[in-house]
Design a protein around this ligand. Sequence first.
Ligand SMILES: Nc1ncnc2c1ncn2[C@@H]1O[C@H](COP(=O)(O)OP(=O)(O)OP(=O)(O)O)[C@@H](O)[C@H]1O
Length: 790
Amino acid sequence: MHRLPRRSVSAVLRNGGARYRNAASPIASSNSLFNESAGQSDTKLRWYSVLTTGRCNTTGSMESLNRRNGLFRGNQYESTTAASDASDTPAEKYEYQAEVSRLMDLIVNSLYSNKEVFLRELVSNASDALDKLRFLSVTDPNLLKDGGDLDIRIQSDKDNGIITITDSGIGMTRQELVDCLGTIAQSGTAKFLKALKESKDSGADSSLIGQFGVGFYSAFLVSDRVVVSTRSPKSDKQYVWEGEANSSTYTIREETEPEKFLPRGTCLTLYLKRDDKGFAHPERIEKLVKNYSQFVSFPIYTWQEKGYTKEVEVDEDLADAKTDGQDGQTEKKKKTKKVVEKYWDWELTNETQPIWLRNPKDVTTEEYNEFYKKTFNEYLEPLASSHFTTEGEVEFRSILYVPSMAPMGKDEMVNLKTKNIRLYVKRVFISDDFDGELFPRYLSFIKGVVDSNDLPLNVSREILQESRIVRIMRKRLVRKAFDMILGISMSENRDDYEKFWENFGKHLKLGCIEDRENHKRLAPLLRFFSSQSDQEMISLDEYLENMKPDQKDIYYIAADSVTSAMNTPFLERLLEKDLEVLFLVDPIDEVAIQNLKSYKDKNFVDISKEDLDVGDKNEEKEKEMKQEFGQTCDWIKKRLGDKVASVQISNRLSTSPCVLVSGKFGWSANMERLMKAQTVGDTTSLEFMRGRRVFEINPQHPIINTLNAAFKSDPNDEEALRAIDLLYDTALISSGFTAENPSQLGGKIYEMMGTALSGKWATQQQFSQQHNAEPLEAEIVESVETSGQK
Ligand SMILES: Nc1ncnc2c1ncn2[C@@H]1O[C@H](COP(=O)(O)OP(=O)(O)OP(=O)(O)O)[C@@H](O)[C@H]1O
């Protein structure tokens, strides 16, 4: 039995055009341009450097002119005799063309919502280049002969706004530069992967990140000019690709500066735009690497300023010098002071082995907690964590955490954008900005990381495409989250679930309202106070264990506090019969329970609603009571009019004379109060939902008996009729409703007090007046006599 002590529960997603030719190297002819286009219909777009050279002679002067004007739009490459429709005119096929500079502008400025992703994209390319080299070197070790580690190095010059990203990967040949960087939306990486798969090479590395062939151009998000110096181990020459933002041309030349020669790999130099020079700050680079590329599988070094403290000797001031010895000579004393020596060096900035890729058996709780604190900037340890891998249709790895505290701020509970789940695809951080795709909002408090290789992302890698895969993933994450919470609830340490409930109980109740599919998982996690446990909260399973053998339902009452629930007249008879009643004291409780409807085949029954069956129906007795009080009920109903739907003999009262019961389908008093507090403007719906109220009388109560007698003697007796009014108003309040006319009620109470007081105290007052008056008179008489004597 795990009962929670009472606390404040309420505190709570090419080659269609010319091959590149620069002025110095007019290799490709315009002929090849169009032949190639015809042959490569899968080609998308390329940088038309030919546009500037105008060396296009095959297809006629108009096209050349258009190209020169930068308006080359239609490339007629084939005439076909095949009739396209009913007409006999042969249809001509055209290939789509694009205005490259505009397209570039679109890619650069419309694809990404956040500039800083440029570093993620370029580091991912470097990682892919290293991965390709690693893979190819297995069969061709010569590729690694030039030595050097497989790593990525980022250096920046903040004063001049320059960033260089160097990798010792596969590099690019001149042709590859043209094919990969000179062709928008052509991914050398995707081709590489495809070739591997086609060769059915089981070693096809699924950790290759690139797939769309646009990531590289994100460099122009922040740069005016990009220079790529690259050397493929397959080539003995190094080439330099250079392109500028807003330009539809690029150049390629051979690297001639020996100091820029690379043994192998690629060095990208970004000349940042004026407003983006801040990105060249070493600290900013470090931060971006840590956020986006923390778990890339190759070491990333950033060039950072460091410092060490050393002791240096300082000459003591003469003033401070001591006079030493007998000869009085002044001796300079050597003193030292600590100074910080600054220097620049490479610093390893990422972790190549993410914790989630390790075997859970090898990870300690401390390591999980440390990862949690570091990743989510938390200072408190989590309440629970779960590290798992799912296989099958969707494969992903994840570590989820239940925080030990709800976030500060009221809106957090319904805030989907909590940035609590960090999504990685192939170890590269994609996003933490979700809109309920991975977790429903009531579980938005769960924190964690999810890493998958199969997630469908859009080109900018910003949006998780709504897909079956995401739905499956969400289902599994939610299930794991529930397992984790259940684990806390079954923990030996009771305080843990108490803490959890205090922080996130409301979230689970919201889940009861919003997630029907998971009612079975949610219900066992709920906790309530009850008529038999007003200090410790109980679970629904504990309630069931405590049910009477013949008890059919789970009873509950909604109130604004445990105290008022404990003293409600609705509870009287159930207490007498030792039936436990759940107290729903959080405003969300009643709606949550109404959504659950039942738990383990037992219905939830509101004891403040009509037709309550507490299992002791006695038809004969009821008949007898009806005979005795039936007419009195009609008489009371007549007096109360439309205020009540009917007046009935109660089976739930023992000490109170009457109670006001809500209709079966109407709002309870508690719900009415809550709805009233939230309604602004038109209150017609309130009136409607209030529905019927039934006035129940307790035939055992003296007041009811007196009224019964009064009715029998004189149904028109004014005092008896006014007593009915007062009885109704009082029942309204004791049943949890708000008085219709509080000041009138006050008046009635004063009047009654007056009558009651005058009944008892007037007699006494009369008595004491009589007794006090006489001695006073006697005294006066006496004094008169005395004066007479004088
Ligand atoms: N540092 C590099 N070393 C070697 N090749 C590179 C490098 N950077 C880019 N490339 C080549 O250029 C191609 C295009 O790169 P780009 O970033 O535009 O697209 P991608 O990485 O293939 O796909 P995505 O758009 O998904 O990032 C790559 O596929 C790769 O073949």
